[in-house]
Design a protein around this ligand. Structure first.
Ligand SMILES: Nc1ncnc2c1ncn2[C@@H]1O[C@H](COP(=O)(O)OP(=O)(O)OP(=O)(O)O)[C@@H](O)[C@H]1O
Ligand SMILES: [Mg+2]
Length: 605
């Protein structure tokens, strides 16, 4: 199982049977409309032939003043002169109606299928674990989730429809050709066949270029997203120029790809026209001979030449339809590659539900790595009692955040075990496991919406009293009452309109209202001023009351509140004990860290 999405084709792109089987369940609900649409495509395709066919009686009978004999009936010239103009109007009306219905049904079914694919894909996206997001770029994922389902589903209906239409168009027109003169028809059709052969040669090239275009498109989206998410950094470091250049380079690359395609494909049309013109010249020459020798009427000839000219478009379309069909399958392959992704982290069949923590949490000889053969946690063993507050300290990149990320199973460990009340967390129902943990992250992400909505994400059905209580305990009340809309203030994307300390307290309130027995706190490293630090600290103290707490501490005050301190260096637990125990170790890691990092904070507290 591979989590990394490929930039271009999936391995399944050309397993047609497999892909058809996969897409069928999405097509089935709309089958009646699709079939109706396909049936409508048949007369639509045939209409050109009808028009070409009608030219013969028009020229031979109306213009030359003869009666038209068809299938034993004889229609008078005057009557025919009336029927044909009326026929033209009716013809146009019918054609318009059919075209409208056809387009409507195509769009309707195409969008329905595309939407149901997108919904399913979004469910997949939310079900995947963090590793997926670690290794795939946002641009690539966006293209995969938005563009591909659209291309796939709209194309599939469109190509089938076009195929039917062009097929019947060709059949109808060829019949008219044969009806008028089979000798001329053979000449015309063979030259047409020669004219379209170049199409088959360049198809491969088109595919190659379109793959490359897709990659550039993904890179561009990533660039957009980074400009958004990293806007402050970009501005602070004056990186606008760098971003601009990156974008200009990408757009240039896209231009080159497009132009290289135009260069390769652009000569085709003129060549096809040239070959066709030779064909038509030939037909004209031979046709004149047939007319003069009385083997063919002028009407027949006009009808023939019109059919031949009209034939060019559906024949060319047929080639394009086949190419489209291929890109449809490429897109389908990419869509279903995502469908087949299986989250690494999933429930065991008989996973147990837990309700609160009764005795302890145990890390037992845990080994963990993000990437193969780069161990991040090594032989990590730690026993935490219910109600205990444990502070994790250590050098940067040592593995503190990693340790706490393992508890809610953002990632699974390589060996060893993590147990809740003696139950391996891999045997616990994931939702129930996560319901028992409140998490306040290093970077406090808020969703677009109001402060109220963000806090209620901790507990959807919280009462107004509960909400008011956590607002007080998170020391948000003063801040909220200073806002015009109070708790219903809109925070903007990622909570951009709040200060760091405010955002942190909203995140704390969200964790508080969840009221989970275990609290994980990855303390923000960003320094707050003394006053806000004091407020945040009070909010945190309230959050940690009567809970089992893991806190990654960057502040002296947090360490002072902890029952025990665990020092993690280079993925190993190197020291464990109370502040005074650890301080008594000569040349100890903690003692060193304390003197470097925490001691100078004493003045502030
Ligand atoms: N998602 C990830 N994919 C791959 N490697 C990662 C990932 N997250 C962290 N690492 C690596 O794992 C190691 C431990 O990182 P971790 O975030 O646990 O450190 P930390 O102790 O929390 O550091 P800090 O105090 O700076 O927050 C680092 O070497 C880091 O590069
Ligand atoms: Mg960290």
């Amino acid at each position: 199982m591979e989590y990394k999405l490929k930039d271009t084709n999936s391995k399944d792109a050309f397993r047609y049977g497999y892909l058809v089987n996969k897409i069928l369940p999405f097509i089935k609900p709309h089958l009646p409309r699709i079939v109706l649409n396909m049936i409508i495509a048949i007369p639509l395709g045939l209409l050109d032939a009808v028009a070409a066919y009608a030219l013969k009686p028009y020229m031979d009978c109306v213009i030359n003043g003869k009666n038209w004999n068809i299938a034993g009936f004889s229609i008078e010239q005057q009557l025919l002169a009336m029927i044909i103009p009326i026929g033209i109007v009716i013809f146009a009306l019918v054609q318009g109606l059919l075209k409208y219905t056809n387009n409507y049904l195509t769009d309707w079914t195409g969008n329905k299928i595309s939407n149901s694919l997108k919904v399913e894909l979004f469910h997949k996206l939310t079900s995947l674990d963090p590793k997926f997001y670690d290794i795939n770029s946002s641009g690539l994922v966006l293209t995969r989730f938005f563009t591909d389902p659209e291309t796939a589903s709209k194309n599939i209906i469109n190509t089938i429809k076009s195929f039917i239409m062009t097929f019947f168009g060709i059949v109808g027109l060829v019949c008219v050709l044969l009806y008028n003169s089979w000798k001329l028809a053979i000449i015309g059709v063979s030259i047409m066949a020669i004219a379209i052969t170049p199409v088959t040669f360049i198809r491969k090239k088109i595919k190659k270029v379109s793959n490359a275009t897709m990659v550039v498109g993904g890179d561009m989206t990533t660039n957009f997203n980074e400009t958004f998410a990293g806007n402050k950094i970009m501005t602070a470091y004056n990186l606008q120029e760098m971003q601009n250049q990156k974008f200009e380079k990408q757009i240039k690359e896209q231009f080159n790809l497009t132009i290289s395609l135009t260069k390769r494909v652009g000569w085709m049309s003129p060549i096809m026209y040239a070959i066709c013109s030779v064909g038509i010249a030939f037909v004209m020459y031979y046709g004149n001979h047939l007319i003069i020798s009385g083997q063919m009427t002028a009407g027949s000839f006009a009808s023939f030449v019109t059919s031949l000219l009209l034939l060019y478009k559906p024949v060319k379309d047929l080639g394009r339809t086949l190419t489209d069909l291929q890109s449809t399958f490429v897109a389908l392959g990419r869509v279903f590659e995502l469908f087949d992704l299986v989250p690494y982290i999933k429930n065991k069949p008989n996973a147990v539900k837990i309700n609160g923590l009764n005795s302890s949490i145990d890390f037992n000889r845990v080994y963990f790595e993000y990437e193969e053969n780069t161990p991040v946690l090594k032989d990590f063993t730690l026993h935490i009692n219910k109600g205990e507050t444990i502070a994790l300290v250590g050098n940067s990149g040592g593995g503190k955040s990693t340790t706490v990320n393992l508890l809610p199973r953002f990632y699974d460990i390589k060996s060893g075990s993590i147990k809740f009340d003696g139950i391996d967390i891999r045997d616990i129902d994931i939702t129930s496991l996560r319901d028992n943990i409140s998490f306040v992250f290093q970077d406090n992400f808020l969703f677009t919406g109001t402060i109220r909505e963000n806090i209620l994400m901790g507990k959807k059905d919280a009462t107004e009293e509960e909400l008011n209580a956590v607002i007080k305990m998170a020391h948000l009340d003063e801040f909220l009452s200073s806002l015009e809309c109070g708790i219903d203030t809109y925070v903007g994307e990622r909570g951009a309109s709040l200060s760091g300390g405010q955002r942190q307290r909203v995140a704390i309130a969200r964790a508080m209202i969840k009221n989970a027995p275990i609290v994980i706190l990855d303390e923000a490293t960003s320094a707050l001023d003394n006053e806000s630090e004091a407020i945040v600290q009070k909010a945190l103290d309230n959050l940690m009351q009567n809970k089992t707490v893991f806190v990654i501490a960057h502040r002296l005050s947090t360490i002072n509140n902890a029952d025990r301190i665990a020092v993690i260096n280079e993925g190993e637990l190197v020291e464990l004990g109370t502040h005074s125990q650890l301080m008594s170790i000569e040349n100890g890691n903690y003692k060193h860290l304390y003197e470097m990092q925490f001691k100078n904070q004493e003045v502030n507290v």
